[in-house]
Design a protein around this ligand. Structure first.
Ligand SMILES: [Zn+2]
Ligand SMILES: [Zn+2]
Length: 349
């Protein structure tokens, strides 16, 4: 699939490097990204990409005025967790917007990554895109639910397999507790009823929200989150997840880099964020997402400073879930500042 909406020059630049797709490391700076920040396509071109990728919806995170089409996206989701595209559809989208280095980071599962890796291995024409093993693990720090993205680790490492089993059991326990609490508020639902909305995905709060709408308890999934399931509400439970040190240690043991996902979303005060990052580094964490979709420039600068202060690699990821208006679009991310070290410099590939 050729991204025909891109200019010939950009196409040549984006797809001529790494013809065998076999090496990333520091070469990505000199060959893919002359800015050294994982981004190279102008805002104007980015808009063309959005229009071309989906003519019915505005796919960008519209509040991010500095977003460009990045050739690196290290945070996105498929139908294996709570995304709307299958791994195959995500691969087509990634290629259409010119992604060269991609990590699928589904919640507490490697099913999407494994499926896409098999697709890429089977199809020689897919070698222009390098897929990095990734997973987004839920955890908690001092009562705050946090997400840690593991990047570039051994998908078959036994400790990773154990951790994923642990997290999936935790997800089941959490669901039972959530449904018990909602039943106490006269909104009874069974696990089977909620599962019907999850298909083969990990069951999560989005599926509870859909079930609540179907049963007439709320008008929309958004209202379900606002009133019952969102951050700080009764369905928002994180005491079941594996402890932060265990998750970081597992990622490290499997040869990967533990990365703080979307740090701005935790709404921590400055001093609390620094305490969190200090603990994260103490546990062996190695990177922080400095640029995420829709993130204003001052926030990018803030997390770049934290990365430099604590010696962390800087990551870049959209947290793409679906092609909808006001939702993060794959690859549409502001560039990393030039004075941070991109996380792919730590990848042994
Ligand atoms: Zn997350
Ligand atoms: Zn995510």
């Amino acid at each position: 699939m050729q991204p025909t909406h891109l200019s010939t020059d950009l196409l040549n630049h984006a797809f001529s490097a790494f013809p065998d797709g076999s090496q990333i490391g520091s070469r990505i700076d000199s060959h893919i990204d002359s800015q050294g920040d994982g981004s190279q396509i102008s805002e104007k071109t980015s808009e063309k990409i959005s229009e071309s990728a989906d003519t019915d919806t505005d796919t960008g995170a519209d509040n991010c005025t500095s977003a460009v089409a990045s050739v690196v996206d290290l945070h996105c989701h498929t139908t294996a967790s709570d995304g709307e595209l299958t791994p195959r559809e995500l691969l087509l989208l990634a290629k259409s917007v010119g992604i060269r280095l991609l990590a699928i980071t589904d919640h507490d599962t490697l099913a999407g990554y494994n499926e896409l890796q098999a697709l890429i291995t089977q199809s020689p024409q897919n070698t222009a895109l390098h897929l990095v093993c990734g997973c987004e693990f839920s955890s908690a720090w001092q009562g705050v639910g946090v997400h840690i993205v593991g990047l570039n680790f051994d998908a078959n490492h036994p400790r990773v397999t154990d951790l994923i089993h642990y997290q999936q059991a935790a997800r089941a326990s959490r669901l039972a507790k959530q449904l018990k609490q909602l039943a106490a508020l006269q909104m009874p639902m069974t696990v089977e009823e909620v599962s019907a909305f999850a298909a083969h995905q990990n069951i999560g709060r989005p599926h509870i929200a859909q079930c609540m709408v179907a049963k007439g308890y709320v008008d929309s999934p958004a209202k379900a989150f606002k009133k019952y399931l969102g951050r700080g509400k009764l369905g928002d439970m994180h005491q079941y997840w594996a402890p932060l040190p265990q998750i970081i240690d597992t990622i490290n043991q499997a040869g990967g880099i533990a990365t703080i996902a979307h740090p701005a979303q935790y709404r921590m005060t400055r001093s609390k964020m620094h305490r969190f990052v200090r603990d994260f580094v103490g546990f062996g964490g190695g990177a922080i997402e400095v640029a995420t979709a829709g993130q204003p420039a001052d926030q990018i600068e803030k997390f770049a400073l934290i990365a430099k202060q604590y010696g962390l690699y800087a990551s870049i990821g959209s947290d793409f879930h679906r092609q909808r208006r006001y939702h993060p679009m794959l690859g549409k991310i502001a560039p990393l500042p030039k004075d941070v070290i991109p996380v792919w410099h730590g990848f042994n590939v």
